[in-house]
Ligand binder design. Structure first.
Ligand code: SF4
Ligand code: MG
Length: 337
């Protein structure tokens, strides 16, 4: 038994000239096929590192990975490069904010979509080209048979994003990791791309990990949400739970700093005071404690001395009691949102 993707007590650290950076520090989560897990957090929270590690894209020379990453029972943390090579672009694919990190300027768009299909599926050139044209059509590129012969620079930004999605999905991956895939696009194109991903997920049953700092996008895309801070998960639950009854002070801060749809233009946002900590020397106890307005409500100095953890199910890693979390949210946070 077990989820399609299961990450257990993952630790990822890098050696740098200044010391060891603990980029991911004890992270566990599951993803089921056909579902979307939204990972949200500020930059430096470890959300991208987690996913590069899932793909085996970390540099083994400078990176230490501990814990388990099980994809359909296959352990990825100890997989050989050749095995990972077989997974990437095949069972597992990734789309990025900037399609030019995935698309080479030197080859036609069509060739770059056809090649992984030939490589992983052993398809003939002709069959791969037909598949490419089909995929470009599915992602909404008009006149795909002709446009497949274009180079990436002949495509608009939104079209390149679509082409990258076609490339990621050409082998019908079971897992798609989307790292801020629409951040650089204007709102209309962004909405189109998100709809496209949802349609493709329905069609192919892909499990998606969607990484973003945008709670609006998460609300639209994710079935489940994991909020990350300083290398760990601080809150986890269904999208409904996390957005409607969040129970971690950091999540409250994120929600409070979100622009409100119904507010007058110019209503100032309330950013969380302070900045995320350096992962070279993270704060003791709860890593959020230097920025947290609620630590006085926890008895003693537990917030400073004891690291709170999430349980595997719905949880927030915070020493406040369940009752405190509920009442503080209802009485002090929600009225401000
Ligand atoms: Fe704030 Fe303490 Fe909860 Fe951390 S454990 S979020 S410092 S109240
Ligand atoms: Mg990132």
């Amino acid at each position: 038994a077990g989820a399609f993707l299961s990450v257990r007590d993952l630790h990822v650290s890098f050696s740098t000239e200044d010391g060891v950076v603990r980029a991911v520090d004890g992270l566990s989560f599951d993803l089921e096929r056909g579902r979307t897990l939204g990972i949200v957090g500020e930059s430096g929270s470890g959300k991208s590192v987690t996913n590069l590690t899932v793909l085996g894209l970390h540099n083994p020379m400078f990176t230490t990975v501990e814990g388990e990453i099980l994809l359909e029972g296959q352990e990825l943390t100890t997989a050989r490069e050749a095995e990972l090579e077989k997974l990437r672009g095949n069972k597992v694919a990734m789309i990025f904010q900037d399609p030019l990190t995935a698309l080479s300027p030197y080859y036609t768009v069509g060739r770059q979509i056809a090649e992984p299909y030939m490589k992983h599926r052993g398809a003939s050139r002709k069959a791969a080209w037909e598949r490419t044209v089909e995929m470009l059509g599915k992602v909404g590129i008009p006149n795909p048979r002709e446009r497949a012969k274009d180079y990436p620079h002949q495509f608009s930004g939104g079209m390149r994003q679509r082409a990258m999605i076609a490339m990621a999905l050409v082998c019908d991956p079971d897992l798609l990791i989307a790292d801020e895939p629409t951040t650089a696009l204007d709102v209309t194109v962004q909405a189109q791309i998100l709809d496209l991903l949802k349609d493709l997920q329905r069609e192919f049953g892909t499990g998606i990990i969607f990484i973003t700092h945008d709670l609006g996008v998460i609300a639209d895309m994710a079935d489940d949400i994991m909020v990350m801070y300083a290398g760990g998960a601080v809150e986890r639950g269904t999208t409904e739970q996390v957005l409607r009854s969040p129970s971690h002070p950091y999540t409250w801060g994120l929600l409070n700093s979100m622009p409100r749809l119904d507010s007058d233009l110019g209503t100032p946002l309330a950013p969380i005071p302070g900045t995320p900590p350096s992962l070279l020397s993270p704060p003791s106890g709860c890593r959020f404690h230097p920025r947290c307005a609620f630590r006085e409500r926890v008895a003693g100095d537990r917030c400073v001395t004891e690291r709170p953890r999430t349980a595997p199910d719905r949880a927030s890693a915070c020493h406040l009691t369940a009752e405190q979390k509920r009442t503080v949210f209802l009485e002090e946070i929600r009225p401000r949102l």
